[in-house]
Design a protein around this ligand. Structure first.
Ligand SMILES: [Zn+2]
Ligand SMILES: [Zn+2]
Length: 289
């Protein structure tokens, strides 16, 4: 039986930025103080590190910074799953900057191949964010993102490596399209985590047996707790570690209070929160509490 005082919490998707933000050391310290035990730390788009992405060498700089961040959070005492990826918004940016489409695809594939190799070697624990834009884009950008996504899914199976997907949230489409894609390549469902899934789509995705992360916004979380299959549910802050940036930010260290508030409202029980924060995290990320 879980009691409120002994419950530990997890953040299944957050970013830390040592260049412009607090960085992993401070973020991890604040999280541990609030009784969080686990963090899946995901790399940021290249511009957030103040790095221009033109070549594989540029990407390696980003990768090294990010690996350093994961290590710092681990040293502070968090269990960390380190994810590095290429966000669909980066594909947009490369095209906007005039990089030829063929080169954008070639560089993306190079980056992914490097990442999946690093994952197999245990340098990182997963690849992501990779996926499709959740906003309207030109068809060429959407198609390149789709081609890159297909490559990532193939590689994820080849290397038996977790993949956090950034997808649009379209009811009746998002989950179904991934099911089709996986069937085509005989891909494994347990390697895929759908990030940032909202009410309306999360039900679709869970029904197909995929793990999902969902933002710890109290209002949407209240709906998610009522509608989704909690056996496949993970909670994320999607914190971007840019304190000066006024946005609807959820700091990872606020997750426990948000979840506890929903217990107080009678939306969810402590035992269910234990399953989400411990059992599901252990299962989805292959880690030990
Ligand atoms: Zn995202
Ligand atoms: Zn993110």
């Amino acid at each position: 039986m879980s009691t409120e005082t002994n419950l530990s919490f997890a953040d299944a998707h957050l970013h830390t930025n040592p260049v412009k933000g607090l960085g992993a050391e401070k973020v991890a310290k604040l999280m541990i103080e609030k009784n969080l035990w686990f963090a899946a730390i995901v790399s940021l788009p290249h511009w957030d590190y103040g790095i221009e992405l033109k070549s594989m060498e540029d990407y390696r700089k980003i990768f090294d910074i990010h690996i350093g961040e994961c290590l710092k959070a681990k040293q502070k005492g968090l269990v960390v799953s380190c994810f590095a990826g290429l966000h669909p918004a980066e594909i947009d940016r490369l095209i906007d900057k005039g990089m030829p489409h063929e080169r954008v695809f070639e560089l993306s594939v190079q980056i992914l191949d490097f990442l999946f190799k690093s994952c197999e070697e245990g340098v990182i624990q997963g690849v992501g964010e990779v996926g499709r834009q959740h906003y309207n884009v030109r068809p060429d950008k959407a198609l390149i993102a789709q081609l890159v996504l297909e490559h990532a899914i193939m590689k994820s199976n080849e290397h038996d490596c977790l993949l956090q997907l950034h997808m649009e949230n379209i009811k009746g489409f998002t989950a179904w399209s991934m099911k089709l894609l996986l069937e085509k390549i005989n891909g494994k469902k347990n390697l895929i985590i759908f990030h940032h899934m909202k009410p309306g789509v999360i039900e679709d995705v869970n029904k197909l047996g995929f793990f999902t992360t969902t933002p710890a916004h109290i209002d949407s979380l209240e709906v998610v707790f009522k509608r989704s299959d909690i056996n496949y549910l993970l909670i994320e802050s999607d914190y971007t570690d840019e304190p000066s940036f006024k946005r609807n930010i959820i700091e990872p260290w606020r997750i426990p209070d948000i979840e506890k508030e929903l217990v107080n409202r009678g939306v969810i029980g402590l035992d269910e929160l234990y399953r989400i924060n411990i059992d599901n995290v252990e299962k989805a990320f292959d880690v030990k509490y």
